[in-house]
Design a protein around this ligand. Structure first.
Ligand code: MN
Length: 270
């Protein structure tokens, strides 16, 4: 059949295929290498808008800025060629909250690729994951991407991770996530052996508070941490330690249903 022939009953579809709108953010700041790699990867799949903190916001969790004004400034840079990029003097959650209201409503929000893993209990302080949670609160599908730290003598290499992010996002754009559910992806160091759907581990950083003295002789403190957690082959920590990409479905449900009856049992009554 010639390309000029159309059936008189069925109108030819000349409407261009709508490219999905993808909002990219992070917590390492708009000029971090991880977001650069993720933006470039997403450009293959849709129209990309970047809204990211102007300075690093790692470990700020889901903080939102409500006691001072926020600025939303367009950022022109070679690294954002083909995209619209904006920097915000706030948190990752601020970036998502502003981006989805000031720009065309995204079909998907992606956050990362974070420089450092976000496994297990890390989710409670991760700015990367909190950005994805903020999108999920607003009913927009979201994925948080993180990559484990390389050994001290090596640099981050996001090329393989960005390639897998493209595949995953292409898949998700055809799927639907259940309500109040997002994905948290962690890439291992080096070439991944495969992909595992994982459970959340109990990975965290054991408190290690460093005490120092400033030049005036006053004490100051530095919150440090020693990585801890139970590594199992079906959890996120085990997967990345064994060289696999970990994909964990995360549900925003803090309600401890299994404790409700026990609480009824002892709660003092008025
Ligand atoms: Mn970070």
């Amino acid at each position: 059949m010639s390309s000029h022939t159309t059936s008189s009953n069925t109108p030819a579809d000349h409407s261009p295929i709508k490219r999905p709108i993808i909002l990219v953010t992070n917590d390492d700041g708009i000029f971090a290498d991880g977001i650069r790699a993720l933006c470039k990867a997403m450009l293959e799949l849709g129209d990309v808008y970047v809204v990211a903190p102007e300075a690093e916001q790692s470990a700020v969790g889901h903080g939102i800025t409500v006691r001072r004004p926020l600025r939303f400034k367009e950022t022109i840079a070679d690294r954002f060629e083909g995209m619209k990029a904006y920097r915000v003097d706030g948190t990752p959650a601020d970036c998502v909250a502003m981006g989805i209201r000031l720009l065309p409503l995204p079909d998907l929000v992606v956050s990362g690729i974070n420089m450092g893993q976000n496994l297990g209990d890390d989710l409670t302080h991760s700015g990367t994951v909190s950005a994805a949670i903020e999108a999920t609160h607003q009913g927009i599908p979201a994925i948080a991407f993180s990559q484990v730290f390389p050994p001290a003598d090596e640099q981050f290499d996001f090329s393989g991770s960005a390639q897998y992010a493209t595949q995953l996002v292409r898949g998700l754009l055809q799927q639907k996530l259940p309500p109040r559910t997002l994905l948290s992806v962690n890439f291992p160091h080096g070439k991944a052996k495969g992909v595992r759907v994982t459970k959340l581990s109990n990975h965290d950083y054991k408190d290690n508070l460093l005490e120092r003295q400033d030049p005036n002789g006053s004490k100051y403190y530095w919150i440090d941490g020693i990585p801890s957690g139970d590594s199992e082959s079906d959890n996120d920590l085990g997967a990345v330690q064994e060289g696999y990409i970990s994909v964990t479905p995360i549900k925003l449900d803090f309600f401890a249903k299994e404790y409700q009856a026990a609480l009824e049992g002892w709660l003092p009554k008025l």
